[in-house]
Design a protein around this ligand. Sequence first.
Ligand code: C5P
Length: 236
Amino acid sequence: MQPSDIAPRDRLIVALDLPGVAAAEAMIARLGDSVTFYKIGYQLAYAGGLPLVRQLTGAGKKVFVDLKLHDIGNTVARGVESVAALGATFLTVHAYPQTMKAAVEAGAGSGLKILAVTVLTSYDDGDLHAAGYRLGVSDLVEARAQQAQALGVDGLVCSPEEAASLRKMVGHQMVLVTPGIRPAGATAGDQKRIMTPARAISAGADYLVIGRPVMSAADPKAAADAIQAEIAQALA
Ligand code: C5P
């Protein structure tokens, strides 16, 4: 997919990091037409939120199921089939070769695209070292991106700081999805590798995942509209 094929409005993926279905439905109603793409992660999925995938796709929205799968190949494959049957657009898996291979094979022929999480955006070199890795963030991201591309993974989840170099490496064969986005003045929270929406788009990100800057805003719709405007301006 070429970047120009993605409508500017569809590039914002709002993370529905909320405690339950009622809170998610209220947020979706508040955001209305401002948001076309939602992400459902651990918090909402484990609080009964997965049926929202069908509900949202039925209402013409797209859904990213962010469950970051990682298990033996057979278990990953069966999980991928179940998520594909829900009608989701994206599903994340951790970027381990066995996991990526199983996910790609199981998702083939469905509408589901597999995204590999390279290195979590809350990790820096020290965190990787503490977890037993020899490589720093940029080397590990690069190695995992190469493996993902070779295995036919559809896209990568990476920090905006890695978007430009990954774009050079994978061209437009893979979509680049970046969390760790903070509009100017927003608090970073636990994210360590962050960028503004405009800078992330300019660096080559296709989709921006944004949670707390919208979820915690006094006016979430106004926050989403401002991010949408910033994305459109960066693309103009
Ligand atoms: O609130 P915030 O904008 O930091 O939310 C970012 C979202 O993106 C969270 O739902 C988080 O789980 C997700 N994410 C991430 N880093 C990754 C992959 C996903 O922050 N590498």
